[in-house]
Design a protein around this ligand. Structure first.
Ligand SMILES: *[C@@H]1O[C@H](CO)[C@@H](O)[C@H](O)[C@H]1NC(C)=O
Length: 251
């Protein structure tokens, strides 16, 4: 079963009580205007994921976030509040990658066609997707945001973010039997006792303003590195799938 990954940016200083959290930080409200909060109705019950707006009428997320009904909230900072910046809709259709394999977590990517297009505002706007051949190299520092847990018993309603470093593929292939360097990225420095982030599944890893990864899975304990879906390798599928639905008029 794919792990539901949670935002666990924490750092234990010497002598700190277990679970004390001092890493990661609350995001400045609406500084990640592409972030989507997903409420998912699935066979296992209600669950939540992150996602991100890539066109006015499309959200990208992980395939393991699939459900029969998904409510999508854009423009949120505190997801328990009714903020005026929020725009809510349902999915019209959830399109998992046809090669998604829940046993190996390969091809963990899904497009959500929204029931109505989102209105662009200062709190809601799509993020850029990779173009051309440029790749994310080990050592690159990228940002991941999410509404997941901050620690074992610490919940948050407000968007948090953490900066993570891309690792060499060998760090993940040594650790995860099904790691595939063609379609996945290894993220999070194992030498740093800080680290252990895991953003809500489905959330984006953004490097230089471009969404390059999707939070997919990691170690159950939250120890880095973790595995992200490599968006660049799926761009032909993303483009083809979105082209099947006409771009709605800009509102
Ligand atoms: C996907 O579409 C964008 C925008 O039309 C384009 O710039 C990009 O090159 C396309 N990528 C692939 C792999 O088809």
């Amino acid at each position: 079963m794919p792990l539901l990954l949670l935002l666990m940016a924490f750092l234990l200083p010497p002598g700190a009580g277990a679970g004390e959290i001092i890493g990661g930080q609350e995001a400045r409200p609406h500084s990640h205007p592409y972030m989507a909060f997903l409420q998912i109705q699935s066979q296992e019950g209600l669950k939540t994921c992150g996602g991100f707006l890539v066109r006015n009428d499309f959200v990208l997320t992980a395939a393991h976030c699939w459900g029969s009904t998904i409510t999508v909230i854009l423009g949120a900072h505190n997801i328990r509040r009714q903020e005026r910046t929020q725009q809510r809709t349902k999915m019209r259709r959830a399109i998992r990658h046809p090669g998604y394999n829940p046993q190996t977590n390969r091809n963990d990517i899904m497009l959500l066609k929204l029931a109505r297009p989102m209105r662009r505002t200062s709190a809601v706007r799509p993020v850029a997707l990779p173009r051309g051949r440029a790749r994310v190299r080990p050592g690159a520092r990228c940002t991941v945001a999410g509404w997941g847990l901050l620690g074992l018993n610490k919940r948050t309603n407000r968007l948090h973010q953490v900066q993570l470093t891309v690792q060499s593929d060998s760090r993940c292939s040594n650790r995860f039997g099904f790691y595939d360097s063609q379609t996945q990225i290894c993220v999070g420095d194992p030498r740093k006792r800080k680290s252990a982030f895991l953003g809500d599944s489905g959330g984006p890893m953004v490097c230089n303003g471009v969404a390059q990864g999707i939070v997919s899975y990691g170690d159950r304990s939250g120890t880095p590195p973790a595995v992200f879906t490599k968006i660049r390798s799926f761009m032909p599928w993303v483009n083809r799938t979105m082209r099947r639905f006409k771009q709605p008029c800009e509102t």
